[in-house]
Unconditional design. Structure first.
Length: 70
């Protein structure tokens, strides 16, 4: 993963505690993004599984109706 934080040469040096807080915030952000992506993928898989149901189409008096296969 690329380090996209800017380095401020004129700024104060980072202490261990501030560096740890920043790293914890970044890790929490990555975890939230990961969990959101997992929820999205799970929902997408569920919708795909339900949309590809095992059905047969029956034509009755010119009207096509889906019926679940037994």
């Amino acid at each position: 993963m690329m380090n996209n934080r800017n380095i401020n040469a004129a700024g104060k040096a980072e202490t261990i505690s501030t560096s740890r807080k920043i790293n914890e915030a970044i890790a929490a952000l990555h975890e939230r993004r990961y969990l959101a992506r997992q929820r999205f993928l799970a929902l997408e898989a569920r919708l795909k599984a339900q949309s590809n149901a095992n059905v047969a189409y029956v034509n009755v008096n010119g009207i096509s109706m889906p019926l679940p296969r037994a």
